[in-house]
Design a protein around this ligand. Structure first.
Ligand code: ADP
Length: 727
């Protein structure tokens, strides 16, 4: 509790005062409070006396700055403590808590004064805080202020409105003035227009009267016109109809003319028109082209007669004068040659024409010219061809696809003994021996596929029943659309050649047979000598014996080849089929070859075991021929690959070498008898060209196939294929 303070009686007196009064110590503790204070702040004496002023009083927390009022009070008290002079606070909001509504405040405004009371030492003893409750006054002032503000706002709006009204008034008065001016002008205008209208009305009235008079005249002439018009319409319709008909006729004419032009152009038919009376001659463009006459050269009868071939001129002139004879009806139709004006080429032309007469006098000669040189040449060509066919040494026979004979030349008559009359319309089977009838369907099948059958050797029957050896070539005959409609057959009699060959074969066969006996003895002797010399000291002799053996083997295989050929030709070769393992045979042949030949690496890609039904010896000779050739026609040290593979019901064996290869043009011929490729690289290699021929025959007799594939160099691969035919 502060020590300093007012005397007790002053305190008592103050406590009873109705004014709002507090006595504060210099530390701002409340020493005492007046009754008026307690009422105004609605507190009790005990509640506040002894408490610090700034801690005791709390201001309304709803204020925007609740500490603001307290701060002002505190600042005022600080000032008083520093200056020791009184300080007045104008208005302080001093809201007091509402006891009836806890947490709420009652609005209160106070005017405050802080007065220090000094002691004898001029030090502040205590401070009197006096307050005037000005709440009511402040509230009234606030209401007044608000009213004033509202009033001020309304006044401002009114002022603005007033200004706008003023401006509108000014604008209105301007408009009114303008309107007055316009009105004046309008009135002037109206007056002027009224005068003008009155004038023109008078004029119109006058001209209307004139018009009426004219109208009456016009009506009269209109009626007349209408009558004329009606007549015109009728004749117009008639004219229209005639015009339409004319147009249709014209169109028809144009179409006909263009058709005619097109037809003439497409046939390249020239037309001409000659007036024999005045000599005028007209040649069409096509006609000029046929005669080779340029467009700017004038046509004349003299020019025409010059262009006729000299050899035909008399004949043509004679024909012209004949047709000028009215008794011959003026017809003119002939073929002759002309020599073209520009390139002097000879052309054949066909001319047709007609002479027209007036009073028995020829007045017009008109006709067409057609260049038929190509037809003439073709006729000549076919005549030549016909002559060639007729006089050919070979029989040339035409047939339908049903084997019915359509043409038969002289040679056919000579060879077969039948005349054309006997054979045309007959069946070709008439000259085919019965055992060869199956050949014909095979030939027809190939012809139907568009293929040719060339140099097919067969036998045919003559009228007397003689068999002829023939080489036959058959080709399809096509119509202009390329459709096969028949076939032509050229048959050459090779009976003599065949007999020659047979004689040669017989000779070869006989010689080979004769050679075989001494060769067999020689072989036996060499075997024995070889065995004896095996352990001999004389190495040269032992080696010579071995080489002699190899040579005898080669000779033996050559002679066997010739014997086989002669047997084959004499159809004495027989195929003796039995089942055997193909890969075993291949291995055997390879081993045998290695015995006599060690110059090449033979590689066999052994296939799975394949059992085939074939002539083992003959297939063995095919294999050794192919492997032998591979060795013969490829350099020493190169490899030979043998392969064997099975596919479905066939087995294929291939022999590939790295040798000189075979050109495409030779590939098909090497299987022919005695055929050998003529080349620098092969001419030093010995042979007779029978190995592949025999091989091919053997394979064919097993219903198999043999062929070669080669790029012409870097080796060749021979294949043969056999049906398995297992039983
Ligand atoms: P030859 O070998 O006795 O002449 P072939 O009938 O066996 O008779 O062969 C015919 C021709 O085919 C040979 O002359 C040769 O020109 C050619 N020929 C055969 N095999 C081969 C091959 N592997 N490489 C190159 N040419 C070959």
């Amino acid at each position: 509790m502060p020590e300093k303070g007012p005397p007790t009686e002053i305190c008592r007196a103050l406590e009873l005062a109705p004014n709002i009064c507090l006595i504060l110590s210099i530390e701002l503790y409340i020493i005492t409070a007046s009754k008026g204070f307690l009422e105004a702040t609605q507190t009790s004496f005990d509640a506040i006396v002894g408490k610090h002023l700034l801690e005791e009083f709390h201001f309304n927390p709803d204020w925007p700055n609740p500490d603001g009022g307290l701060q002002n009070v505190s600042l005022s008290l600080q000032k008083v403590l520093q200056t020791k002079t009184p300080d007045y606070l104008q208005v302080v909001q001093y809201d007091i808590p509402d006891r009836n509504n806890p947490g709420k405040f009652i609005e209160r405004f106070l005017e405050l004064s802080h007065t220090p009371v000094l002691d004898q030492n001029d030090e502040i003893s205590y401070i009197i805080q006096l307050a005037n409750d000005v709440t009511e006054k402040i509230l009234i002032e606030q209401v007044l202020l608000k009213n004033q503000q509202d009033h001020f706002g309304t006044t401002k709006q009114l002022e603005a409105l007033n200004t706008e009204l003023l401006l509108a008034n000014i604008a209105l008065s301007d408009t009114r003035k303008n309107l007055q001016i316009l009105n004046g002008q309008l009135e002037e205008c109206v007056e002027r227009r009224t005068n003008e209208l009155t004038n023109s009305e008078n004029k119109i009235k006058k001209s209307f009267e004139e018009q009426q008079a004219l109208n009456t005249q016009l009506a009269t002439s209109n009626e007349e016109h209408a009558a004329v018009n009606e007549e015109l319409v009728t004749s117009n319709e008639e004219l229209n109809y005639i015009q339409q008909q004319l147009q249709a006729a014209n169109e028809e004419l144009a179409a006909n003319s263009s058709r005619l032009t097109m037809a003439i152009e497409s046939t390249q038919l020239g037309t001409w028109d000659w007036n024999p009376l005045n000599g005028e001659l007209h040649w069409s463009k096509e006609c000029r082209e046929i005669y080779g006459i340029p467009g700017d050269l004038e046509a004349s009868f003299e020019l025409f007669s010059e262009l006729i071939h000299p050899e035909d001129r008399d004949f043509v002139m004679g024909q012209i004068s004949d047709s000028f004879n009215p008794g011959n009806k003026g017809c003119y139709d002939l073929i002759y040659r002309l020599i073209r004006h520009d390139d002097r080429n000879i052309r054949w032309i066909k001319v047709r024409g007609k002479v027209y007469f007036e009073d028995e006098l020829p007045t017009r000669f008109i006709g067409t010219t057609l260049d038929i040189t190509d037809i003439k040449l073709a006729q000549e060509e076919s005549a030549k061809l016909a002559a060639i066919i007729a006089y050919s040494e070979d029989a040339v026979i035409g047939k339908t696809l049903e084997s019915v004979i359509t043409s038969w030349n002289n040679a056919a008559t000579r060879l077969f003994g039948y005349t054309a009359k006997e054979m045309i319309g007959a069946s070709i089977y008439k000259i085919i021996p019965e055992d060869r009838w199956q050949e014909e369907p095979g030939i027809l099948d190939r012809i139907n596929l568009g293929e040719r059958v060339e140099h097919f050797e067969t036998k045919r029957l003559t009228k007397e029943g003689r068999l002829l050896d023939m080489s036959v070539s058959v080709s399809p005959i096509r119509d202009s659309d390329g459709k096969i409609v028949g076939l032509s057959k050229i048959a050459r009699d090779i009976t003599e050649r065949k007999l020659d060959e047979a004689r040669k074969n017989d000779f070869i066969g006989m010689v080979s047979h004769e050679l075989k006996t001494p060769l067999t003895s020689l072989n036996a002797l060499l075997q024995v000598a070889g065995a004896k010399l095996k352990n001999s000291e004389d190495h040269f002799l032992a080696e010579a014996m071995q080489k002699a053996n190899v040579q005898v083997k080669r000779m033996n295989s050559m002679i066997n080849g010739f014997l086989d050929v002669s047997r084959l030709e004499a159809a004495k070769i027989l195929v003796d089929k039995a089942n055997f393992q193909l890969e075993e045979l291949i291995e055997e042949v390879i081993e045998e070859t290695k015995l006599t030949n060690g110059t090449h690496h033979i590689v066999f890609n052994s296939c799975d075991p394949v059992s085939i039904l074939a002539d083992r010896d003959k297939i063995s000779s095919v294999l050794s021929n192919l492997i032998g050739n591979a060795i013969k026609y490829s350099p020493d040290g190169t490899a030979i690959y043998i392969n064997c593979f099975r596919e479905g019901h066939v087995v294929t064996v291939s022999v590939r070498d790295e040798g000189m290869g075979i050109h495409q043009e030779d590939a098909n011929k090497i299987f022919d008898r005695y055929y050998r490729v003529q080349s620098n690289s092969s001419k030093h290699i010995s042979g007779f060209g029978i190995g592949l021929y025999l091989s091919a025959e053997i394979v064919r007799r097993h219903d198999g196939e043999i062929w070669v594939e080669s790029q012409g160099k870097k080796g060749s691969t021979f294949y043969f294929q056999l049906p398995l035919n297992i039983i």
